[in-house]
Design a protein. Structure first.
Length: 202
């Protein structure tokens, strides 16, 4: 009994210390969050005309298809051509307020939402084209997605598989470089998967 009691006391002390530590860390993070939110709320409106907007090129293979789903996805992309599109992957609304001013946040959020819609639609379209064995059109869609820094793992892996099927696995190197520079939490995961894929086929 004394041994069990002693272990129990030590466990209680350890638990109390850990709880206190986590509580201090949570309070610190919360205070930092409040500080940044306050800074963001006071940030003055800044000139955003210099921010590069993403253009959807006419060269994308958006062709009439017998597949209604492909047509719908292509129409979604065409509709986005008239929208302002900016890639703010990795930035929070608070970040954007601090960088560009709180008064710009609505417009910038719309631009970022348009980018998200474009990224998701490009991924779906490429998958559907690949399913229909339209490999060259699929490749063009994927390469465009990579060029605008879309951070969807499937896009990089599918394009890597196409390069492998074309007997050009060395082109995976460019995908690895591109993925490594993404401002995204999944950048390392994409790089790891691409590196493993390249190693298996080189």
């Amino acid at each position: 009994m004394p041994i069990i009691f002693t272990i129990f006391i030590f466990f209680c002390l350890w638990f109390s210390l850990e709880s206190s530590r986590h509580s201090r860390e949570s309070q610190k993070k919360y205070k930092e969050f409040l500080r940044r939110e306050h800074e963001a709320a006071l940030a003055r409106k800044k000139d955003i005309s210099h921010i590069d907007k993403i253009k959807i090129p006419n060269s994308l293979p958006l062709k009439e298809s017998t597949d209604a789903y492909i047509n719908m996805l292509q129409n979604d992309i065409r509709n986005l051509k008239t929208k302002d599109i900016i890639n703010f992957t990795g930035y929070t609304n608070t970040d954007l307020k601090i960088l560009y001013g709180a008064d710009n946040i609505k417009y910038l959020s719309e631009c970022d939402n348009n980018f998200t819609k474009l990224a998701v639609t490009l991924n779906k379209l490429a998958s559907q084209l690949h399913k229909h064995n339209q490999i060259q059109d699929c490749k063009k869609i994927l390469e465009y997605a990579v060029s605008i820094n879309v951070d969807i793992t499937h896009i990089y892996i599918l394009l890597a598989h196409i390069y492998i099927d074309e007997k050009k696995p060395s082109k995976i190197n460019s995908l690895i470089r591109k993925a490594s520079n993404l401002n995204s939490s999944i950048s390392n995961n994409i790089v790891t998967q691409l590196t493993d894929l390249k190693s298996a086929h080189c």
